[in-house]
Design a binder for this molecule. Structure first.
Ligand SMILES: Cc1cc2nc3c(=O)[nH]c(=O)nc-3n(C[C@H](O)[C@H](O)[C@H](O)COP(=O)(O)OP(=O)(O)OC[C@H]3O[C@@H](n4cnc5c(N)ncnc54)[C@H](O)[C@@H]3O)c2cc1C
Length: 302
């Protein structure tokens, strides 16, 4: 594994705090699939200033880095990540003014949803059950049921690899299906401004409860997973194709195609990242052979 100079590590600890710097950190502990080997370093910046500092010192040592949020759409391989993972989870400030919400990238959608519900604003209910951070959701243009991030984003504050901070409008974010300007890894989401609408709190709460119940009924939430593994192929549903291919319950090592929702691969306990990757490849091959449909991964594999 690559190493940073001792002196660099000391300056990072001085800036971020000892509890925000991890060495040889198993990524299985930081991803919802609960697989993956160690990253050489994992850093948890608490502010834009911390991030700027990290960009500078890592840049000086030409040390590769990867930005992660809550790790609910990521698979790190068993060999781990030979670089620094920058986990944007501690930046969580939120301000709500009338029907406009400004939130930092590290807040979890469920926590942001609770604040928005409390403020009686509508338009964010669809996101309440997506287990990601706001930054990850913006990057992925996360969506469910009747909404997508692009429907409510007014602007996004981003940092590029040179450490410049820029404001991007919704149009400039180039949102498309599970994709955005940030998908290339060239921009870090710092915060986002969301345009919502005044609503009735009882209706908002009822909608969130309904969507939660639908998730609990259809998704294997009792197991570690990364949600829907594949993007929706045009004209089809990935879960139905996988189910029709007879793959529900199919297992490689500790990874299994969920019996409850064939679009999910679950970790039944002790799965290796390689089990999950082999199962993904097997499902893709079977669906291609049986139906001539190519399944593209939604989950990011490092
Ligand atoms: C049970 C379950 C259900 C799910 N349901 C849904 C669903 O209904 N709809 C849906 O869209 N997704 C769903 N997902 C997938 C996942 O929750 C979303 O893609 C979520 O938006 C990922 O956010 P994250 O913070 O976990 O991102 P991560 O998994 O940490 O990262 C995902 C991508 O975003 C990038 N990224 C993360 N943070 C930032 C940042 N601050 N700046 C720039 N790039 C960043 C990463 O580099 C990576 O490319 C589900 C997952 C699970 C486990």
């Amino acid at each position: 594994m690559r190493q940073l100079k001792e002196e660099t590590i000391r300056t990072i600890i001085n800036k971020l705090g000892e509890d925000a710097v991890f060495k040889d950190e198993p990524m299985a502990k930081h991803t919802s699939m609960e697989v993956g080997g160690p990253a050489a370093f994992l850093f948890q910046p608490s502010s834009e200033d911390d991030l700027l500092f990290l960009m500078k010192v890592l840049g000086e040592e030409k040390f590769p880095y990867y930005i992660k949020g809550n790790g609910s759409n990521l698979i790190f391989q068993d060999e781990g990540f030979d670089g620094a993972v920058i986990e944007i989870r501690r930046m969580q400030n939120v301000t709500i003014t009338d029907d406009v919400v400004c939130a930092e990238a590290g807040i979890l959608l469920k926590d942001l949803s609770a604040l928005i519900e409390e403020a009686s604003l509508t338009g964010f209910e669809y996101a309440s059950g997506i287990p990601g951070s706001l930054g990850g959701a913006v990057c992925m243009n996360a969506g469910a049921y009747d909404g997508e991030m692009k429907d409510i984003i007014r602007s996004v504050r981003v940092m590029n690899r040179e450490g410049e901070i820029l404001e991007k409008s919704c149009e400039e974010m180039a949102f498309s299906y599970r994709k955005s300007l940030c998908s290339s890894g060239d921009y870090i989401v710092l915060s986002a401004v969301l345009q919502l609408a005044k609503g009735n709190q009882e209706d908002i709460s009822a909608k969130i409860a309904d969507l939660t119940a639908r998730r609990e009924e259809k998704q294997p939430l009792e197991y570690p997973s990364c949600g829907s593994v594949f993007k929706r192929p045009e004209g089809y549903f990935a879960g139905k194709l996988i189910s029709d291919a007879g793959l529900k319950g199919y297992r490689i090592g500790g990874a299994q195609v969920s019996e409850k929702h064939a679009g999910f691969i679950i970790n039944t306990g002790g799965a290796k990242a390689q089990d999950v990757l082999d199962l993904i490849a097997y499902v893709q091959k079977e669906v291609q052979e049986k139906f001539g449909v190519s399944l593209e991964c939604e989950v990011k594999i490092l």
